[in-house]
Ligand binder design. Structure first.
Ligand code: ZN
Length: 291
């Protein structure tokens, strides 16, 4: 698929293009959505076709490719041209402050408006695990949250060791009607923190960390999260789930994440696959034929 199928919208265009329907599947088919992956990283250069074959065999009918900084966008877009089941976000990761420029918000806006396959702004957020530059991170976070509200797109939130400042930011916005909807990706917080994000309308996305044996808080969250508010993801190439922990992660392995969530919830894999896919479709506006 080339650009002709997704004509450029102008910045003045008030209407985002509709996300085109996803191919494949029919109602009731087994369906997984990898709601957060990074295939554009070089780890997949050599065997991307085999990787895609495996995600198709695993029942992955849609993938949302996350973006960490604007220079990735052309390559992510090329991947979406190649794999029709791919959608993507545009945004700047909180640890990528060196990629933030004065014109970044307008670059992201133009990219989001140019392609109906852009289904979210992100990944954005706060990460105080490695860096302590909260003010600098907030200065990138706020314009991206504003953009999501302006374009009526959900946000993909990366939040590590920063639940309190993130909640403070979102609560302030909710009070003034300027809080976007979104998903807390790669969830690693406590059940109490989860309850706060849920009350702000956010979805919770579980990654390979939910398969780790000592992740007690994450297990509790997977048990407690309402059925209509959780997603599953790989965050590949990072965080491969058990039994492949430590290896390169890939979208097919989202099945292991869903399987662990199913065991924790006392549900079947098919149930968890269906509900998490329906939730991803609702959040990102995906037209899945299977849910
Ligand atoms: Zn990510």
């Amino acid at each position: 698929m080339g650009d002709s199928q997704f004509p450029q919208a102008t910045l003045q265009d008030p209407n985002l293009q509709e996300s085109p329907p996803l191919v494949g599947g029919s109602p009731g088919d087994f369906c997984l959505v990898d709601s957060h992956c990074h295939i554009v990283f070089r780890n997949f250069d050599d065997d991307i076709e085999e990787v895609a074959e495996r995600w198709r065999q695993a029942g992955v009918k849609a993938l949302v490719h996350a973006c960490v900084e604007p220079s990735e966008i052309p390559a992510i877009r090329a991947l979406a041209d190649r794999f029709p089941e791919m959608r993507y976000s545009v945004g700047v990761h909180p640890l990528d402050t060196e990629h933030w420029q004065a014109d970044t918000p307008s670059v992201l806006k133009a990219a989001a408006q140019a392609d109906g396959r852009v289904v979210a702004i992100g990944e954005l957020g706060l990460d105080l695990f490695r860096d302590k530059n909260l003010e600098e991170q907030l200065a990138m976070l706020r314009p991206q949250l504003d953009l999501a509200v302006e374009l009526d797109l959900p946000v993909i939130v990366h939040c590590r060791d920063a639940a309190e400042p993130m909640l403070e930011e979102l609560r302030g916005r909710a009070a003034s009607g300027a809080c976007p909807r979104g998903v807390m990706h790669c969830w690693g917080g406590t059940p109490e923190e989860m309850a706060e994000f849920l009350s702000l309308g956010f979805y919770i996305s579980f990654s390979g960390t939910v398969t780790f044996p000592k992740a007690d808080a994450t297990h509790a969250c997977a048990q407690q999260v309402p059925a209509d508010r959780f997603l599953v993801e790989t965050d590949c190439p990072f965080l491969a789930p058990v039994p492949r922990r430590g290896k390169r992660n890939e979208p097919a392995f989202v099945a292991s994440v869903a399987e662990r969530v199913a065991v924790l919830r006392g549900e079947t894999l098919t149930q968890v696959a269906h509900t998490s896919s329906a939730n991803a479709a609702r959040l990102f506006g995906l037209t899945l034929h299977t849910v």
